[in-house]
Write a protein that binds this ligand. Structure first.
Ligand SMILES: Cc1cc2nc3c(=O)[nH]c(=O)nc-3n(C[C@H](O)[C@H](O)[C@H](O)COP(=O)(O)O)c2cc1C
Length: 176
């Protein structure tokens, strides 16, 4: 059977990012269901229609290519002020433009936060804007109180790891 390929985009540029830690954990706990590859958006410039008109920047083309070649896309994003960090929204904005590498692609989001609401507000906003995109939306996952679940940059909490594993397994089924 063809190995399912998932592109993971982390919406935080911080080296100690808790969302990055959860993305790395997803690679581990999801390894029997899919090959999850991290795509770094560190080099993706802010969306600018003038630049787009001339030529797509290499990092933007690489983002479209990675997403276009994937069977599914997972965004691992912090919640900022109840909504999208600019980094996450910027990646979405580029992907919503031609060549729209994500046409028909399954997509979901995992939001990890220190608070108990587990990014409920961002996850609602994500679902609202994705309704206008030609993607197949899968219900998001929220991981709250991450301070108790992540130690030394690793998702160490057994329950959270199991939940993440179940999420990746269900998402992989959805992608098939
Ligand atoms: C500008 C800003 C706004 C934030 N707003 C929220 C928020 O609305 N909800 C929340 O749970 N955490 C919020 N936080 C805290 C982040 O969840 C926390 O900094 C988290 O570690 C960021 O994710 P990262 O570690 O992956 O970079 C905010 C942080 C920043 C810097």
């Amino acid at each position: 059977m063809h190995t399912l390929k998932i592109t993971a985009i982390v919406g935080s540029l911080r080296s100690e990012s808790v969302n990055g830690a959860v993305a790395r954990a997803a690679i581990e706990v999801g390894s029997s269901h899919a090959e999850i590859e991290l795509f770094s958006v560190a080099d993706v410039p802010l969306y600018n229609g003038d630049i787009e008109q001339v030529a797509l920047p290499a990092a933007v083309q690489a983002l479209h290519d990675s997403v276009g070649a994937a069977d599914g896309v997972l965004l691992f994003s912090p919640e900022y002020n109840g909504s999208f960090p600019a980094v996450t929204k910027n990646a979405i904005d580029w992907l919503s433009r031609p060549p729209r590498g994500w046409e028909g692609t399954p997509i979901s989001m995992v939001v990890t936060t220190p608070g108990v609401r587990a990014g409920a507000s961002l996850r609602t906003h994500f679902e609202a804007i994705m309704a206008f995109q030609p993607v197949r939306l899968f219900p998001s996952l929220g991981i709250g109180t991450c301070g108790e679940k992540i130690t030394d940059g690793e998702l160490s909490d057994a329950v959270a790891r199991a939940e993440l594993g179940n999420f990746v397994a269900s998402f992989a089924d959805f992608c098939r």
